[in-house]
Design a binder for this molecule. Structure first.
Ligand code: PLP
Length: 467
């Protein structure tokens, strides 16, 4: 009788004692290596009829351990054409900000310590004067992000009171930020006025009563109401609010500190504009157009900021020393607008000329065409990049990129496979699929060599075989 040969693998100990395991043991330690060897043996027992040699088992265990060590959050190449991509981490920091963060990480700092007086200081003080200088605000404070800024403002001035907002501004921003939900969580009662497309001053005036806590204007960020529309000028809203002794809050969303028209972009209302327009408080993000790390800024009247600072929620939403250090350094760059586009990565990316991007596409194209082979048509294409994160939704930046199409019958599966192969590279390349092609918008490709170098690692099966 011919019994199938029994699987008799080496023991865990045998593998661990072999010289092939030395590297894994030295790097990852005994408990982790033992576990990895065990897992490999178990896998083999279930899936493979014959025992593998000790060397192969040790190698597989090492590969497992290396895989586990790879950071979960890692750099990617953003070729989506969206510069401030929320899913890809929004703004890239300026070198000055990176240096400041590293210095703050390595050492104790005077985060909340007044060095001159030798006593307790205030963490937001490191940034407050810069915000005042750059925006003309009387005072400012920082919290975790702009969603927190809105939450803190509403909770401070409209808890169990009404917050009056135009129906046309009750927006949802990606990632489950819905204005009505934030209001509810802040304990504010939403008082919607007007209609989706038209809201008039009298709508606001009629809604004001003894329960009103504030009037709020929300930047519609990621969409635009066009056609038969009416909205009330902020200055008129401010005047109305002040007649009734109410704060007028302007949620700007992206928070520009400088007129972008200077670089040929669409003019976006700046924080200064909003304050001059009568807003008592302005809220905005730190990692959208401003170009720093995630944060929410609240700038405006001193006595209102003082009330915000006293709310216990401020303590729960405060920034750590790293982000404050990064923001101090980032804001200082705004003191010299002439050099801003060189030093602030977001602005540098927004302002890359289409001609330079086209030359880049011409340089990159042969490398991509070469690695993909004859199964793919690789071409240069005009692209329209976007700012992203709901900032300037209608602004498109003329750009250039490359498109990859299967040369045979168009197949969605082939495109998906190609996109997946680019994402599987050590430095994942993220593009987008549009109109039967994989599109790489090159606006955000700054390290051309890194991109070209790793093309060689693209899995060979994406070449001719696929199309
Ligand atoms: C983006 C945005 C927010 C949320 O800001 P985060 O910094 O992402 O929390 C709030 N309001 C408006 C109008 C926005 O555009």
């Amino acid at each position: 009788m011919n019994r199938p040969e029994r699987f008799r693998p080496p023991s865990v100990d045998e593998v661990l004692r072999s010289p092939h395991c030395e590297l894994a043991l030295a790097r990852y330690g005994r408990p982790a290596t033992t576990q990895a060897v065990r897992q490999v043996l178990e896998q083999m027992r279930q899936a493979e009829p014959h025992p593998a040699p000790v060397k192969a088992i040790a190698e597989r265990a090492l590969a497992r351990l290396e895989d586990r060590e790879r950071p979960s959050q890692r750099p990617v190449i953003n070729l989506t054409g969206t510069v401030l991509h929320t899913n890809l981490g929004r703004a890239l920091l300026a070198e000055e900000a990176i240096d400041a963060v590293i210095a703050a990480m390595r050492s104790p700092t005077n985060l909340e310590y007044d060095i001159e007086a030798g006593k307790r200081g205030e963490r937001d003080a490191h940034v407050r004067d810069l915000v005042r200088e750059l925006t003309g605000a009387e005072d400012a404070l920082l919290v975790n992000n702009n969603a927190s800024a809105v939450l803190l403002v509403l909770n401070t001035f409209a808890r169990e009171r009404e917050a009056i907002v135009s129906r046309g501004e009750l927006i949802e921003i990606g990632g489950a930020f819905r204005m009505p939900d934030i209001m509810a969580r802040a304990g504010a009662i939403l008082r919607e006025v007007g209609t989706t497309n038209r809201t008039h001053l009298r709508d606001y005036a009629e809604a004001i009563g003894s329960a009103t806590g504030l009037i709020m204007k929300v930047h519609t960020s990621n969409y635009m109401v066009q056609g038969f529309t009416a909205a009330v000028e902020p200055a008129e809203l401010a005047a109305l609010a002040h007649q009734h002794d109410l704060p007028f809050v302007d949620d700007l969303g992206s928070g520009t500190l400088i007129d972008l028209a200077r670089w040929g972009l669409r003019h976006e209302k700046t924080v200064q504009d909003a304050l001059k327009g009568g807003a008592d408080l302005v809220t905005f993000s730190g990692d959208k157009l401003l170009g720093g790390p995630q944060a929410g800024f609240i700038a405006g009247r001193k006595e209102l900021v003082a009330q915000l600072a006293k709310n216990p929620l401020k303590r729960a939403l405060r920034l750590d020393k790293l982000r404050l250090a990064a923001h101090e350094a980032t804001l200082k760059l705004y003191r010299n607008p002439d050099r801003l586009a060189d030093r602030l990565p977001t602005l540098r990316l927004f302002t890359r000329p289409a001609a330079a991007l086209r030359s880049l596409a011409e340089r990159v194209l042969p490398h991509v065409a070469n690695v993909l082979g004859s199964g793919w048509i690789v071409e240069i294409a005009d692209c329209s990049s976007q700012i992203g994160s709901g900032a300037l939704p209608l602004e498109t930046l003329p750009s250039a990129g490359i498109t990859m199409k299967p040369s045979g019958k168009a197949s969605g599966a082939a495109l998906d496979k190609l996109a997946a192969a680019f994402r599987a590279l050590p430095l994942p390349v993220i593009g987008r699929i549009a109109q039967g092609a994989l599109v790489f918008d090159l606006r955000c490709l700054e390290d051309e060599d890194a991109f070209i170098r790793q093309l060689r690692m693209l899995k060979p099966e994406v070449g001719d075989a696929l199309a």
